[in-house]
Design a protein around this ligand. Structure first.
Ligand SMILES: Cc1cc2nc3c(=O)[nH]c(=O)nc-3n(C[C@H](O)[C@H](O)[C@H](O)COP(=O)(O)OP(=O)(O)OC[C@H]3O[C@@H](n4cnc5c(N)ncnc54)[C@H](O)[C@@H]3O)c2cc1C
Length: 489
């Protein structure tokens, strides 16, 4: 049965549909120019935008291309299809908002990213796909403070903060030679293309650091918490290709937070894909079927029993395990081993003031405690907290299922009391805890960061399991899938 006839009393005419698209476009345009005066932002309210998207999608119908999933990869695919002139794209999303793993909640005037995420301006795909000016990206300090043996030691990028860089040469976070080596590798990572980098010979990051000549102290005290926080892997078993990719990206840009929270990234993409792409929220795809030998179009079956056909193809843009389920038999799942993904907990507190006004990342350079990294997002962008208040973001590696939320909070506060002073930390009150068991797929070697997106029978796949499990990899995989659809036409 057709979804359109199952949802609506009668099938909408093409004319009515075009009129609805035009109305939606006007409403999205109005929303995207609305200012949020409480923070001086120029972004549309996620709740309002969601309502507009839902309203516009009251009718489901056949489409040119169907995209399953409105995460970064699915929205990127839709954007590229739109840019290349495809006019009738349907994005079907099971959640109640766009963004997938990249969302921001608003709680008591605070912006809580669903897990601490950093936006790196040096991401090559992001530079092409996103409007950085509209995201209003606010940079972190280019470096970090590392907690070791009872005090913080500052590590600085000498190219951005030359004086701090020189001062940090003699701190106990690695030797002077380690710091010179970072500079040399940083330079080397800028050579060649990203594509070449992602197929270079690989080992684990831990092995590569040793081969490069880094001391154990540098690996344990700096790279373990820093890269461990990015890849949720303190053992540094992740592919060395990602070490090079991250160093290159950091060298060519800044690490930032968007003024509207990390969720502003998919919101921008969602606004940009319309009206050519319609986003249907709250619709779970149960199965996907490729085109038949007799040439019938591929189709998706929704959980409500309705089917929607796609004239040119279906792109599955879910996470790896769900893509494997939907495309069983035609797709290998993850970029590396078929292992479970990596996870994290993110605890948010409100505080009267930060320990320092600097937009700093704080790292755990020791082997004890559950906290890997911590920051005060409102020192990076004041929009993250109401005026006069401070947001604290605390991240772990792994979900620590052995601890209840109460225990998790107590452990984190005990550890951070040592870092910032018990008096200060006792004044923090918990806003929310996010436990995220699947933040990224496993990216240990052997990896393949350019997996096929074209599966035959007019079926395509994208997502962070096709390229690197980063915002950039998800964007790239979406573009590649869109290009595959277009080249098959
Ligand atoms: C806590 C955390 C921190 C991170 N930190 C960083 C960082 O600092 N920098 C960085 O670059 N990357 C970071 N990442 C990784 C990055 O966010 C992801 O790689 C990227 O967002 C993946 O996007 P995606 O579109 O491939 O998948 P997803 O975001 O998983 O999107 C898939 C979408 O498909 C939908 N869906 C699934 N099944 C169905 C179905 N059957 N029917 C309909 N819809 C369906 C889902 O609801 C979802 O919206 C982080 C991730 C997390 C979780």
């Amino acid at each position: 049965m057709h979804a359109c006839s199952s949802v609506l009393p009668m099938r909408c005419s093409k004319h009515a549909f075009q009129a609805r698209c035009s109305n939606l476009h006007q409403s999205i345009k109005k929303l995207s120019h609305r200012s949020d005066y409480s923070h001086g932002l120029n972004r549309f309210n996620p709740v309002s935008s969601k309502a507009a998207v839902l309203k516009a999608n009251a009718s489901t119908r056949d489409a040119e291309v169907i995209v399953v999933g409105a995460g970064i990869a699915g929205l990127s695919a839709a954007l590229h299809l739109k840019k290349k002139g495809v006019k009738d794209i349907l994005v079907i999303e099971s959640g109640e908002a766009v963004g997938g793993r990249v969302k921001t909640d608003r709680v008591d005037g605070f912006l809580l990213d669903q897990g601490f995420q950093i936006f790196l301006t040096g991401y090559p795909e992001a530079q092409a796909a996103l409007d950085y000016k509209a995201l209003d990206l606010k940079p972190f300090y280019a470096g970090a403070k590392v907690w070791l043996n009872g005090s913080f030691h500052q590590v600085a990028d000498p190219f951005r903060h030359p004086v701090d860089g020189i001062l940090s040469l003699t701190n106990p976070i690695g030797t002077v030679f380690d710091k010179i080596l970072v500079g040399l590798i940083r330079f080397r990572c800028l050579l060649g293309s990203v594509d070449d980098m992602m197929v270079r010979s690989e080992s684990s990051i831990a092995e590569r650091l040793k081969q490069e000549g880094f001391t154990d102290s540098m690996a344990k005290r700096f790279f373990r918490p820093f890269l461990g926080g990015i890849f949720f892997d303190r053992e540094l078993g992740t592919s060395s290709r990602l070490l090079e990719f991250v160093l290159r990206t950091l060298a060519s840009g800044s690490n930032c937070l968007p003024v509207g929270g990390i969720g502003a990234v998919p919101e921008q993409l969602a606004a940009a894909v319309q009206p050519e792409a319609q986003i249907q929220l709250g619709a779970h795809v149960s199965s996907v079927t490729g085109c038949s030998p007799s040439g019938e179009c591929p189709y998706v079956l929704l959980a409500d029993g309705s089917t929607i056909r796609a004239k040119r193809g279906v792109i599955v843009a879910t996470n790896g395990p769900e893509a494997k389920r939907l495309l069983s038999g035609v797709m290998q799942a993850a970029p590396s081993k078929d292992a479970s993904g990596v996870g994290t907990c993110c605890l948010y507190f409100k505080a009267p003031k930060p320990p320092s006004p600097q937009p700093m990342l704080y790292l755990n350079g020791e082997d004890n405690g559950i906290v890997n990294n911590c920051c005060f997002p409102s020192t990076v962008s004041p929009s993250y907290a109401p005026v006069g208040q401070t947001l604290v973001s605390v991240s772990t590696v792994g979900t620590h299922d052995e601890l209840s939320d109460v225990q998790l909070e107590a452990e984190a506060k005990k550890q951070l009391g040592g870092w910032f002073g018990q008096d200060q930390v006792q004044s923090w009150s918990l806003l929310k805890i996010y436990r995220i068991p699947f933040a990224q797929p496993n990216q240990a070697p052997p990896t393949n960061f350019s997996r096929s997106v074209s599966l035959g029978s007019s079926l395509y796949v994208c997502g962070d399991h096709r390229d690197s499990a980063t915002l950039d990899g998800a964007l790239k995989s979406g573009r590649r899938a869109a290009e595959a659809v277009l080249s098959a036409a």
